[in-house]
Design a protein around this ligand. Structure first.
Ligand SMILES: N[C@@H](CCC(=O)N[C@@H](CS)C(=O)NCC(=O)O)C(=O)O
Length: 217
């Protein structure tokens, strides 16, 4: 078995899988992907063994097993301290953890009203007011970070924050969310990040829409 294995699910639908995978790439970790299809009962049983939370992503590295995206990020930042997953400056690092935490525990309206679906495109999609408040908060975070650290990524170079917000950039594109030029530019930056391009290309190759997954996932 490879030294590192990342368990993920759908590349088209699973935003948390995307975040974990992007973080492993950011860390420069050599890892194997283990892709679990979560609708098959035997796969679910296996997933439960691999990830006690029953959720993906889950990283196994040497004798360490870590699940939950933020825990994976902290672990990767420890084994690859030079990768910049957490900014070097203490104040920026605290800010980065704060915006990553906000994504991890919040934005429920955005997540349920605009589920991740990389292959889909809904021009003119009507974002309801509750989700629009989340969109506005995301955009405020992005604009503040881009102004404070000078871009092109949220904290200058790539960091945990970009992995956390990458699936939000894809949602904005999927649902044709109207954005100011700085935020639209940041979405483009994320979509041209080579690791992201690789993920999106793989998502395009996945079998077509699973209707029951067109919900928060
Ligand atoms: N807070 C968790 C969220 C993980 C999560 O919700 N993962 C979803 C996929 S995106 C999942 O595994 N859902 C259960 C399933 O698909 O069976 C994290 O940070 O990793």
């Amino acid at each position: 078995m490879a030294t590192a294995v990342l368990t993920i699910s759908s590349k088209n639908y699973s935003s948390w899988s995307m975040r974990g995978w992007l973080l492993c790439r950011m860390a420069g970790l050599e890892f194997e992907e283990e892709v679990m299809s979560s609708d098959d009962p035997s796969t679910r049983a296996e997933l439960l063994l691999l990830s006690p939370s029953f959720l993906v992503p889950c990283l196994r590295h040497k004798d360490v097993k870590v699940w939950d995206t933020l825990a994976i990020a902290e672990y990767l930042a420890e084994i690859a301290p030079k990768a910049g997953i957490l900014p070097a400056d203490r104040a920026a690092r605290a800010h980065c953890r704060a915006v990553a935490g906000e994504m991890h525990s919040g934005f429920h309206n955005l997540r349920s009203a605009l589920p991740t679906n990389l292959k889909a495109h809904f021009p003119g999609f009507n974002v309801w007011a509750g989700a629009q408040a989340d969109v506005d908060r995301v955009v405020a975070i992005w604009r503040e970070c881009l102004a404070a650290y000078g871009g092109p990524y949220l904290f200058g170079g790539l960091s945990l924050a970009d992995a956390m917000y990458a699936p939000v950039a894809t949602r904005f594109l999927t649902y044709d969310v109207k954005l100011d030029p700085e935020s639209a530019g940041y979405c483009e930056t994320i979509m041209s990040w080579p690791a992201m391009m690789e993920w999106v290309a793989a998502a395009q190759l996945e079998p077509d829409e699973l209707e029951e997954l067109d919900v928060e996932f």
